[in-house]
Design a binder for this molecule. Structure first.
Ligand code: NAD
Length: 260
């Protein structure tokens, strides 16, 4: 369906981003992977995508907390893939602490990676999308873009912010074939959430399975995690022509979290 298109997926060395990259590759997209991690493990994932789906796949280690590196990521992707048709702003980090103990440098890092990087990447790709009059920008927000939880000041602010950015970009491109939307996942079992499960288990002196069950019971009525594959499938749908008039939307995959 997307054969010949090229996509950047930020933060795609693990978790949701990797699921999205694989889903786009399966749909025929050329892929630029990005993120941190063990170089050998990243190279294995890159090769696995090439082997499984037969699409050109590259990797760029840009640190998205640095605006100049975001710009370079767009430039290197344009060069290596022959243009960028799809941008998935997915990279994200978390830090939990009560506001009075929240380290200002963690606030800055969360806002830089979860929000400002999406601004810089979008700003850099829009001109070429306008030239071709086609593009898809998909921002991975969160249930925390719609509602809050205690001890997540920076994360909740960044995710509410990215929904605002999504709407503005959707309006500015409304009369073109470029669309911009957000996906709002609930709990997905990735390294980002595994860390929170570990911290909860330690804090409450319970085993990790009990911490996992508590986490789900507290927020997610289905009591089941959403999966990177499900988020990948929605991303592919948002890239399709069937989704051409979905603009500025925030689509939840959250097991009912925000229906409450
Ligand atoms: P993850 O920790 O598995 O993956 C995060 C990715 O971002 C990794 O590839 C990591 O290397 C990359 N990254 C981190 N800092 C970076 C930087 N400075 N520059 C470049 N890459 C960087 O986490 P995940 O759960 O897959 O999260 C992906 C996105 O989904 C995030 O935006 C997160 O907020 C969002 N999200 C996750 C959940 C969940 O339950 N896991 C729920 C809602 C939203």
């Amino acid at each position: 369906m997307l054969r010949g298109k090229a996509a950047i997926v930020t933060g795609s060395t693990s978790g949701i981003g990797l699921g999205i990259a694989r889903a786009l590759a399966e749909a025929g997209c050329k892929i630029m992977l990005n993120g941190f991690g063990d170089p050998l493990a990243i190279e294995q994932e890159r090769k696995r995508i090439v082997r499984d789906f037969g699409v050109e796949t590259h990797f760029d280690s840009a640190d998205l907390s640095k605006p100049a590196e975001v710009q370079q990521l767009v430039e290197s992707s344009t060069r290596e893939l022959g243009g960028v048709d799809i941008l998935v702003n997915n990279a994200g980090i978390q830090h939990t602490a009560p506001i009075e103990d929240f380290p200002p440098e963690r606030w800055d890092a969360v806002i830089a990676i979860n929000l400002s990087a999406a601004f810089h990447a979008t700003r850099a790709v829009i001109p070429q999308m306008r030239k071709r009059n086609w593009g898809r920008i998909i921002n991975i927000a969160s249930a925390h873009g719609l509602v809050a939880s205690a001890e997540k000041a920076a994360y909740v602010a960044s995710k509410h912010g990215i929904l605002g950015l999504t709407k503005v970009v959707a309006l500015e491109t409304a009369t073109t074939e470029i669309t911009c939307n957000a996906i709002c996942p609930g709990w997905v079992l990735t390294p980002l959430v595994e860390k929170q499960i570990k911290e909860r288990a330690q804090h409450e002196h319970i085993v990790e399975q009990a911490a996992k069950n508590e986490l789900l019971a507290e927020k997610q009525p289905s009591h089941e995690f959403a999966t990177p594959e499900q988020i990948g499938a929605l991303t592919v749908f948002l890239c399709s022509e069937a989704a051409a008039q979905i603009r500025g939307a925030a689509i939840s995959i959250d097991g009912g979290w925000t229906a409450q």
